[in-house]
Design a protein around this ligand. Structure first.
Ligand code: GDP
Ligand code: MG
Length: 227
């Protein structure tokens, strides 16, 4: 993404909210494509992408897109129970973490972006992540969901390589998927999110829509700790 993409909108939103930068924690199951998503947003490799099932993101790390938005990558859940406990408690800590913003103020994670693997059907890890980690510790109206891996949502079929976008069959499938993800999440976690964007971090498809979703749903005030 161009670092200046909709920069005036971002500036206006954050000015009226009275704070910046906006800190976004990216969460999701291992292999959903959290790190790839951050790289796609930055249009370069800022975090290491896992190959296979080896999770590459051990610590929670931050990257600044521009002076207004900062992304925090996180390790994924869903590998094994012991590791998950460890990662869950790290994630919870990060939701309460006060960090130094460099301008004399302290800040907190302002939004959580949940990444789902659009090529899979299993949402169990995401439900657990929301129910056990995010929802008890974070404001529900600051959660966004996005469906990655749009290119392989139908096992690679119906992806138009030449135009780098889904054909009409896959597009319809993805639209239905986004709507159903939203409904299923609401049933399982009681969180109602804006309709998830579907995109492909790997192919650079709809990545600007992902940023649009973030820009159009920015919080109107600084987050306060839930006590
Ligand atoms: N086909 C496809 N593969 C992807 C996409 N995004 C990520 N991947 C692959 O999925 C694997 C896991 O990605 P990674 O970003 O490390 O996932 P993380 O564990 O959530 O951080 C890597 O092999 C990526 O290349 C995508 O949009 N399409
Ligand atoms: Mg990762």
């Amino acid at each position: 993404m161009n670092k200046l993409y909709r920069i005036d909108d971002i500036d206006r939103n954050l000015k009226s909210a009275g704070f910046r930068p906006l800190d976004i924690l990216v969460v999701g199951g291992t292999g959903a494509g959290k790190s790839s998503t951050i790289n796609a947003l930055f249009e370069k490799d800022v975090v290491e992408v896992g190959r296979g099932y080896e999770p590459k993101t051990i610590n929670i790390d931050s990257m600044e897109l521009n002076e207004f938005i900062r992304f925090w990558d996180s390790p994924g859940l869903g590998d094994d129970v012991t590791k998950d406990k460890h990662y869950s408690s790290d994630l919870i800590d990060s939701l309460y973490m006060d960090y130094f913003k460099g301008d004399g103020r302290y800040g907190l994670i302002d939004m959580v972006l949940v990444i789902l693997d659009g090529s899979g059907k299993d949402m169990g890890t995401t439900y657990r992540l929301l129910n056990e980690v995010v929802v008890p510790n974070f404001q529900k109206d600051r959660i966004l969901v996005a469906v990655n891996q749009a290119d392989v949502a139908m096992k690679g079929r119906h992806w138009n390589e030449r135009k780098n976008c889904p054909d009409s069959v896959l597009l319809e499938f993805l639209e239905e998927k986004a709507a159903s993800v939203r409904n299923r999440l609401e049933e399982a976690t009681d969180v109602r999110v804006p309709i998830p964007v579907f995109y492909s971090a790997e192919r650079g498809y709809n990545v600007e829509k992902l940023l649009d979703m973030i820009i159009d749903n920015m919080p109107s005030e600084r987050r306060k700790l839930m006590i």
